[in-house]
Design a protein around this ligand. Sequence first.
Ligand code: BTN
Length: 252
Amino acid sequence: MSDSLAPDAVAPHIRGRFGKPYRYEPECESTQLLLLGSGLAEGATAATDHQTEGKGRHGRQWVAPPGSSVLASLMLHPPAERHLPELSLVAALAAAEAIEGATGLTAQIKWPNDVMLNRRKVAGILCELSDGAVVAGIGLNVNQARDELPLDAPTEPGSLRTLTGRTYDRAALLGSLLFRLERIYDGWRHGGLDDLYGEIGARDFLRGRRITIDGEEATALQILRNGQLEVATGNGHGETRTIESGEVLFER
Ligand code: BTN
């Protein structure tokens, strides 16, 4: 089994244009920084076995022990007519499919950017804009033991190992993720979320849950066709509103 994301381990699993060129560092601050401002073409990918300053959303750190995770960033050049916040869902769907392919379990998408397995967050997506391009970063918890997961995460974390009792080949997972993301992204590029909506809606983790969104309590209704989250506010008087971005906490 491969224990590294080095090019010779990953190359046999690259089947399309995503993953080319492939830049690997055994250790780096953040794979995002390897691509931001690089001007590289769509599909360029940076990966590492350890980040010393891994970036999460909302200014948080993304922490994982060396050699435990898939840590990768991908350069995308979306067309101007596409709504960029939807890209988190596009990447989350690809990560969910890759996890399902490896584990045989159904993964869910916690709007707007988390992937859940058995109610634990196993992957997060960070999309950053850079000169009209998007650097999409994906952190997937693979082989961490329970005591190697962060204690202070707002959504309880898990790894594929803690949730299934098995370890996984990270290079194969990365290849699968890139291949699925390329197909899903190409669909989105041509037609937006419409064709993907069924796949996303079927994995909507928050649907029907009591949530707190940026401090306000609500009930999540659904991810909409435009990628926004529809919630019911108030006390059951039928008031709804849509949310474009934010951090959602849910009741366990
Ligand atoms: C989140 O907060 O859920 C998003 C986490 C994104 C982490 C990934 S790991 C690879 C890439 N490089 C980073 O520094 N962050 C992203």
